[in-house]
Design a protein around this ligand. Sequence first.
Ligand SMILES: Cc1cc2nc3c(=O)[nH]c(=O)nc-3n(C[C@H](O)[C@H](O)[C@H](O)COP(=O)(O)OP(=O)(O)OC[C@H]3O[C@@H](n4cnc5c(N)ncnc54)[C@H](O)[C@@H]3O)c2cc1C
Length: 375
Amino acid sequence: MSKKVVVLGAGFGGLELSTMLSEELGDEVAVTVIDRNDGFSFGYSKLDLMFRGTSLDSVTLPYREVAKPGVRLLKEEITAIDARNRSVTTDAGTHEADFLVIALGADYDLAATPGLAEHGNEFYSFKGAERAAGPIADFDSGNAVIGVCGAPFKCPPAPSECALMLSDQLSRRGVRDQCEITFVLPLPSPVPPSPETSTALISEFEARGIRFMSGRRPVKLDAGEVTLDDGSTLPFDLFLGVPKHQAPQVVIESGITEDGYVTVDSATLKTKYEGVYAVGDVATAGVPKAGVFAEGAARVVARELIAELRGGGDAEPFDGRGSCYIEFGEDQIARVDIDFLSGPEKSGVFNAPSLELRDEKDEFGSSRKARWFGL
Ligand SMILES: Cc1cc2nc3c(=O)[nH]c(=O)nc-3n(C[C@H](O)[C@H](O)[C@H](O)COP(=O)(O)OP(=O)(O)OC[C@H]3O[C@@H](n4cnc5c(N)ncnc54)[C@H](O)[C@@H]3O)c2cc1C
């Protein structure tokens, strides 16, 4: 009987893990990947939906295209996780695992910021980003506020990208002079592990007249007014918000979170439950919440499982390294190379914006599309 690996979630982490297991072990292992959705989209596509008129359909890669030896992908809603017994309940039944990998990402808690759902536009879900495109296109005078309602949040540079892309769109439409843009961020700088990246972003904000308020967080929205955590208020005609993040409800209700997320050993991604791993945004691995880190963590788990199933030695520990591409407006892309775990200090090396880096970002997407979906 082949060993059974059950992977919860077919995002960055789940797709990379199942691909590596299939490449290395093929039918020697039975990999079941469970996701509620019909397809996967890259997180950065949300900015394309908002600012480039892209449709969600055109950036969705359908799971039905995944055809890999040893892997089956099931469309089911996960309703309970029994980590101690490596058993998972879904709306279609139960799945028992020899190895269980939780890769369910991070979810949003809109209610944590009263009024956000009624008066603002969250742009961190695909539906929210799609919906925000209309109000963004209609906005031609007054105050726009981009507000991050809690940390940690996915892809730390994304709200800065949003501010720059909004400014550029307003300039293209010839209405920039009639609009104010304020960007409110609870962090001390746009990308704290990379001072160089933060400086470059802040100088782009200054060049475009974007007001940047660091160390501040929206706590409440009323019609046309947002209250910050220091009690001050800002008027707005357009509010683009990043909701407070949390682990998916099913993970919280299954009692496997500590301080909001699933605790793992950063080097091995093992949880405290025998044979249970967690990768990506759902875990506290000491790295930012971004796809590249979910993917890197998944590779470590894949190597561990391959070693375990083949009787090999220990796998290399997770190095917490990954590169994030940053839209700097006017089609220019920068890259920050993050290293959180391999050295004594966290570091982030900045690569200045260029058109060549746009090609590199496109290649990042198309290589995953080919590797995970055969497209
Ligand atoms: C605007 C924006 C821009 C971004 N840009 C970048 C970028 O440029 N580079 C980068 O690396 N990252 C970027 N990210 C972050 C990136 O999208 C996430 O960090 C990444 O997707 C996390 O991968 P994951 O595997 O942990 O989870 P996810 O990719 O979120 O996958 C989790 C999966 O679990 C499934 N799931 C959840 N709950 C259930 C359930 N109960 N039952 C069944 N299935 C369930 C979901 O459907 C989902 O498919 C961006 C994010 C945003 C919002």
